[in-house]
Write a protein that binds this ligand. Structure first.
Ligand SMILES: Cc1cc2nc3c(=O)[nH]c(=O)nc-3n(C[C@H](O)[C@H](O)[C@H](O)COP(=O)(O)OP(=O)(O)OC[C@H]3O[C@@H](n4cnc5c(N)ncnc54)[C@H](O)[C@@H]3O)c2cc1C
Ligand SMILES: *[C@@H]1O[C@H](CO)[C@@H](O)[C@H](O)[C@H]1NC(C)=O
Ligand SMILES: *[C@@H]1O[C@H](CO)[C@@H](O)[C@H](O)[C@H]1NC(C)=O
Ligand SMILES: *[C@@H]1O[C@H](CO)[C@@H](O)[C@H](O)[C@H]1NC(C)=O
Length: 587
């Protein structure tokens, strides 16, 4: 019996860049597929992420999948695999991370899904604490907290991820206030099931409370310590917010960016570097007396007509194939002006956008993701990145730059845009560079200093050997962020090279590895990828023909680019230390 879409009759205005007109349709929507597919029951499985593709385009094959429904069943699964020395990995309902975190890379491994671990266990209203199972989605968390009059103050902008997954990768929203915008900084306790010896029955539940040093490891764990079964978060009384978007030119962005986060509690900035514009989100807590029942249904996370997705992708592919930078710029201007006219999906009263400010309760404004609704099979609409339909396919470079370096980083990007004015229109097609505030964390693998997280999304070809338009500029920005300014990659996004030497950027990496050694001495929850990012194994760079195009390597010779397409390995234009694939002839 299919669950109905919350808005089965989903009236929406589609911003259709190809046909340049507005239309209203009544449609059903389709939820994403399960990332685990097994050929016989829970055996012979393959596992992927929500995009259907890891950065290296490999496929993960596994022998078995387990779907525990309680902590006892997690213990059984971990004990079974520990006893038979099988590799394990925790996977989630949708698997929203880009890197290969979910592969046990042992074809005889066990994947333990948290899909059925989605209950709220306890709410202590007076202490404002809520205890949940780890597979609960952010959407459920927000809703159930609100029912008890509570709110998570800061959260990722998309509500499809699970509590365990958000902790796994250090997910965050945007704020420099309080403890900052990362979910893990609101954890006051958790329970984690780790391998054990024969004396423990091969599995052990570890209960970590506020103040215990091990909690600093488990709060951001990349899934390598064991299966988190339950998490307790410290929440706040439900409050209201008031949001206004202000568009300005980006002349003073480099000076303004670092301090803007101190002016507004939920500030962020969306930057369109080729348009030389920045959209400042003026977003503050207000008294519940102020009227308004606003809702956020961010346009980029709405269910989108698959014909619209296909048309947009076809246009993008043809602009890439014909190297039509001007075309990309006019499409990006159109898309971003339609987004701004529709307030990026904000609605004053749940139905329409009438004007700023949009005032409403935190639970209705903090995150969105209506494309996840419904269980219909026909693919009439989908999330824009759903791999079953022709739609978005992209790379994401997401780096946190310390506040003291933000100004120079922005100026470097602006210098590149001065040299190649059209170069970042392709990024603007994905609504530009999202800049969000993050705060230093006590978690061993959390942010090391206050900073801005730059989220840069750009075209990825279905063919790994085809370079993208302004390949060199995008690669140079990535290398400026990672190497010149020591940016920290989001653990759940990015291409391989963003993780080059990453563990050396964490002061407490040794402490993390010590806890890992104690919790999982045989490294059953580790994989080649997690060993590589934790600095325990080489091979993070995959050197082969065309490897720089996919961010698998930094080019050191022309064959790492696409010489037959006219792209050769050259130094950067602003950062001489960069090595990027540059188009030299007009082929
Ligand atoms: C559309 C979209 C929007 C996004 N927006 C944001 C955003 O605004 N801010 C942000 O920070 N990130 C954002 N992300 C990234 C996202 O937050 C992370 O990728 C997150 O880790 C995904 O959670 P998941 O539940 O899908 O976990 P997965 O990707 O399935 O897993 C992530 C890691 O956590 C581990 N793990 C999961 N559950 C457990 C558990 N119970 N015990 C132990 N380990 C576990 C997994 O093994 C894996 O290593 C976005 C991603 C998408 C697709
Ligand atoms: C919990 O997860 C199951 C399996 O995905 C789902 O059917 C159920 O609706 C979820 N519960 C809630 C409250 O969302
Ligand atoms: C940018 O806007 C400021 C006012 O906010 C103005 O003084 C300045 O001249 C503008 N710069 C450009 C290049 O338009
Ligand atoms: C909010 O309203 C209540 C009564 O309706 C009043 O007592 C209180 O002072 C108001 N608070 C603010 C900040 O206006």
């Amino acid at each position: 019996m299919p669950i109905l879409c919350s808005q089965r009759i989903n009236m929406r205005i589609c911003y259709q860049s190809l046909f340049h007109f507005l239309f209203i349709l009544m449609v059903d929507c389709t939820p994403p597929e399960d990332p685990i597919k097994c050929s016989s029951g829970t055996r012979n499985c393959i596992i992927t992420n929500t995009y259907g593709m890891f950065p290296d385009r490999s496929i993960c094959r596994e022998a078995n999948a387990a779907y525990p429904t309680s902590e006892d069943e997690i213990i059984q699964a971990v004990a079974f695999a520990t006893k038979s020395r099988k590799k394990m990995k925790v996977t989630t309902r949708y698997s929203h991370s880009i890197p290969k975190l979910v592969c046990p890379d042992d074809e005889d491994g066990l994947i333990i899904s948290t899909k059925y671990l989605n209950r709220t266990l306890r709410i202590d209203q007076s202490a404002m604490m809520m205890t949940m199972e780890s597979g609960l989605t952010l959407r459920q968390l927000i809703n159930e907290a609100a029912k008890a009059g509570l709110a998570l103050p800061y959260a990722p902008y998309f509500w499809g991820m699970t509590l365990g997954g958000m902790l796994g990768t250090g997910a965050h929203g945007s704020s420099l206030w309080g403890k900052g915008s990362s979910i893990h900084d609101y954890v006051v306790g958790l329970r984690i099931v780790t391998p054990g010896g024969p004396e423990d029955g091969f599995a052990k539940v570890r209960v970590l409370d506020h103040g215990q040093a091990d909690l600093e490891a488990a709060k951001v764990s990349l899934g390598v310590l064991g299966v988190i079964s339950q998490v307790t978060l410290k929440l706040q009384p439900l409050f209201k917010r008031s949001i206004t978007y202000l568009i300005r030119n980006d002349s003073d962005l480099a000076d303004e960016a670092a301090s803007y986060g101190n002016q507004h509690e939920f500030a962020d900035i969306t930057w369109y570097p080729s348009q030389r514009k920045a959209v400042y989100k003026k977003d503050d807590r207000v008294s519940t007396n102020i009227s308004g029942n606003g809702v956020n249904d961010f346009t980029g996370f709405q269910s989108t007509l698959t014909i619209e997705l296909a048309a947009n992708r076809a246009l993008e592919e043809s602009q890439e194939a014909t190297k039509n930078g001007d075309g990309k710029c006019s499409t990006s201007r159109l898309i971003t002006s339609l987004l701004s006219a529709t307030a990026y999906g904000l609605k004053n009263n749940g139905l329409a956008f009438i004007g700023y400010p949009v005032v409403g309760y935190q639970n209705r404004l903090q995150s969105s993701g209506s494309c996840l609704d419904s269980l219909e099979d026909e693919l009439i609409t989908a999330c824009p990145w759903d791999p079953r339909v022709k739609g978005q396919f992209f790379h994401q470079t997401t780096l946190s730059i310390g506040l003291s370096n933000v100004k120079s980083f922005i100026q470097d990007v602006q210098k590149l845009v001065d040299l190649e004015p059209n170069s970042l229109c392709g990024v603007e097609l994905y609504n530009g560079i999202l800049m969000r505030y993050v705060k230093a964390s006590s978690a061993y693998l959390g942010k090391q200093e206050d900073g801005i997280d730059f989220d840069i999304t750009y075209y990825r070809s279905k063919d790994p050997m085809i370079p993208r338009l302004y390949e060199d500029i995008l690669e140079e920005i990535e290398q400026i962020g990672v190497f010149k300014y020591g940016g920290l990659p989001h653990w759940g996004k990015n291409r391989n090279i963003a993780f080059d030497g990453v563990i050396r950027k964490y002061r407490n990496a040794e402490q993390f590895l010590k806890v890992k050694k104690v919790y999982d001495p045989d490294a059953l929850f580790s994989s080649e990828w997690t060993d590589q990012i934790l600095g325990l194994k080489d091979g993070l760079e995959i050197v082969k023909d065309g490897c720089a195009l996919e961010g698998l390597c930094i080019c050191s010779q022309d064959s790492h680019c696409a010489p037959s397409e006219g792209y050769f390995c050259r130094p950067g234009k602003v950062y001489q230390g960069a090595r990027v694939c540059t188009r030299l002839n007009s082929k």
